[in-house]
Design a protein around this ligand. Structure first.
Ligand code: DGT
Ligand code: CA
Ligand code: CA
Ligand code: ZN
Length: 585
């Protein structure tokens, strides 16, 4: 570790200690030591190697040891333990204007707030204003700070970007001077987070198209404007770029601006070994860089560019320079999951726990959307903040669901609600309900909602143990990450995937756009291990059924086909699979 990295760790230790309410002298010592390192004139390694670190003003014996450990091993046990004992959301809260370590600690102590999401909730429901030292003004300021932070963050959730992109794309499509148009960049690739939104259009009158783009409603400011490209800031803080090209350049520009950069590099390389040049303007018969139209290889579509480079067309979601080239050399890419393949979902909440709707409302809505089944998996009793159900309420809910289904059957309707539970995984990997109760349910999702501060070995053991329970059908949001907000808890994901493979337990792709957990990068491995995926909206509101559409795009990034995804099965086949897990039949 170099000097700057060591200093950063020391500063972070100071912050963590403050969040824990340690005495101010101790916390300040770390900040002082970090500053002392920054102004060192000799290399830090030399001082450590010669045992002279203690001579530096502001570095006592204890700090000397810690710094030496960092420099020599790149790690510090003390720091890792400390980090594990403070919820990472608390550190993130420090970035909100008006919140220092003291206030964050008070919010955590008095309201149990651990994430920015929970803090926002506590402010909206007026709980923060009532705390000593806060008040209405502070509460409003915190809410404003959270909104601001979200708007001007350097990356955004895919869901926010898509919602902003859709009307803009509509407007482009409707413009009389636009011939072809599309989103490009990370939005077209369905990346889980987005830097800026890219649009591409072809036209004979680029200036008119650019004008319509910069003048549209929802544009806060224009950051750059030329004859063929423009960048704007949208209400909500997202940035968007538009490029306008000639129609004969369109497929090349589309491939180029879709990226990823790493994917483009391989494409360029493939062109070069074929004696060609590929760039945003075309594919050229040339040994050097050019944009001479006379040398351009005629390609009307992206498909033709890929074909010319010895490849089948690669869906944008796969263009991340993972294994797409090896696959596309062999022949057409297998058909990936489409969201319309999904026949239902196996993880959602009702107003019996922290969801919004009644069982009837959920059944009616999901039936209207054309689904065949929908599992209600409310929280279990240990999730008391989410009004988790105890055994008694769960049994009553089962009866209520059976009732709704019976009425539907009498009317000759085939849609069914499934009875389930999102059962908490407790401290040692035991579940919140006994097996006999789980056996009464159609569907069991096991999820971690607490005890995130344990080490990797312990977290892994808890998840493996839950996966091995024969009544557990799947693990929910396996790593607990919250995109742009909370890192995954420490867990050996590969070991958990292997355990699921061995036990025949499925893994959820949680389609909530803040989660998309398990990450798409891990699905090829899971599929090789024979682990099936379940695409779940984890809906708390009927509108959130739409999360499945986003999740399907992310599933495609993980190379998932319909056959890899359990909830593409019809109700009958699904029930067979649900029973098979329990060894019944
Ligand atoms: P983002 O915006 O950070 O979510 O990610 P992208 O992929 O949308 O990146 P962006 O907006 O900077 O650029 C859009 C695409 O343009 C990118 O995916 C590939 C292409 N591109 C941009 N800069 C370069 C470059 O320097 N080299 C190559 N080969 N391609 C580039
Ligand atoms: Ca972009
Ligand atoms: Ca861009
Ligand atoms: Zn849930």
């Amino acid at each position: 570790m170099d000097k700057a990295q060591v200093a950063a760790v020391l500063n972070e230790i100071g912050t963590l200690l403050e969040l824990k309410g340690e005495n101010p002298f101790k916390t300040r010592a770390y900040g002082n030591a970090a500053r002392a390192l920054e102004v060192l004139t000799e290399p830090l390694e030399t001082l450590v190697a010669e045992g002279r670190l203690g001579e530096v003003q502001g570095i006592g014996e204890a700090l000397e040891k810690k710094i030496a450990e960092l420099v020599q091993t790149g790690r510090l046990g003390y720091y890792e333990e400390l980090k594990g004992s403070v919820p990472p959301g608390l550190v993130a809260m420090l970035a909100i204007p008006g919140l220092g370590p003291k206030k964050v600690k008070a919010l955590n102590d008095k309201l149990g707030v651990e994430t920015i999401e929970q803090l926002e909730h506590a402010c909206s429901s007026g709980k923060v204003a009532g705390l000593a030292g806060f008040g209405e003004k502070t509460q409003a300021k915190i809410l404003e700070g959270i909104a601001f932070r979200r708007a001007y963050a350097s990356r955004h959730l895919l869901s926010d970007a898509l919602a902003a992109a859709e009307p803009i794309l509509e407007r482009l499509r409707a413009h009389p001077d636009v011939i072809r148009c599309s989103t490009a960049g990370s939005v077209r690739r369905f990346k889980e987070t987005i830097g800026d939104i890219d649009f591409l259009a072809s036209s004979r009158k680029p200036a008119a198209v650019i004008g319509s783009f910069t003048d549209q409603p929802g544009v806060l400011s224009v950051s750059a404007r030329g004859d063929t490209k423009a960048s704007v800031v949208l209400a909500g803080g997202l940035q968007a770029d538009l490029r306008v090209v000639r129609d004969d350049e369109y497929p090349f520009a589309l491939a180029y601006f879709t990226g990823s950069k790493e994917h483009n590099i391989v494409m360029r390389q493939r062109a070069i070994v074929r004696g060609l040049r590929l760039n945003e303007y075309g594919l050229f018969r040339s040994a050097e860089e050019t944009r001479d139209p006379a040398r351009r290889v005629r390609c009307r579509t992206e498909e033709e560019i890929f074909e010319r480079l010895g490849l089948a067309w690669i869906p944008p979601e796969l263009r991340e320079a993972q294994d797409e080239f090896a696959a596309a050399e062999l022949g057409p890419i297998p058909r990936l999951l489409e969201w319309t393949d999904l026949r239902g979902a196996l993880h959602g909440h009702s107003n019996w726990s922290d969801g919004r709707h009644t069982l009837e409302e959920i059944a009616d809505h999901m039936e209207d959307l054309g689904f065949e089944y929908w599992a209600v998996t409310d929280h279990s009793k240990s999730s008391f903040v989410a009004h988790g159900l105890d055994a008694g309420r769960l049994r009553r809910q089962i009866a209520a669901i059976r009732d709704i289904n019976r009425r539907r059957a009498d009317e000759g309707r085939t849609f069914r609600l499934l009875c389930g539970s999102e059962v908490d995984i407790l401290a040692e990997g035991a579940l919140d309900f006994p097996d006999e109760l789980l056996a009464e349910l159609d569907v069991v999702v096991a999820s971690l909602h607490q005890g995130f501060s344990r080490n990797e070995a312990e977290m892994t053991r808890r998840l493996v143990k839950a996966a091995e329970n024969r009544y557990v059908h799947m693990l929910g949001h396996l790593t607990g990450r919250l995109l742009l907000e909370r890192e995954p808890y420490p867990v050996n994901t590969l070991a958990v995937i292997d355990a699921c493979g061995a036990a025949g337990t499925w893994i959820e792709l949680n389609c909530n756009p803040r989660r998309f957990d398990l990450d798409w990068r891990l699905w090829p491995h899971a599929t090789r291990r024979g682990v099936k995926c379940v695409l779940n909206p984890d809906a708390h509101h009927n509108d959130q059924a739409g999360f499945l559409r986003l999740g399907a795009g992310v599933a495609r990034k993980g190379w998932l086909r319909a056959a890899d995804v359990i909830n593409t099965l019809s109700l009958g086949l699904l029930q067979r699979e649900l029973n098979r897990k329990r060894g019944r039949r």
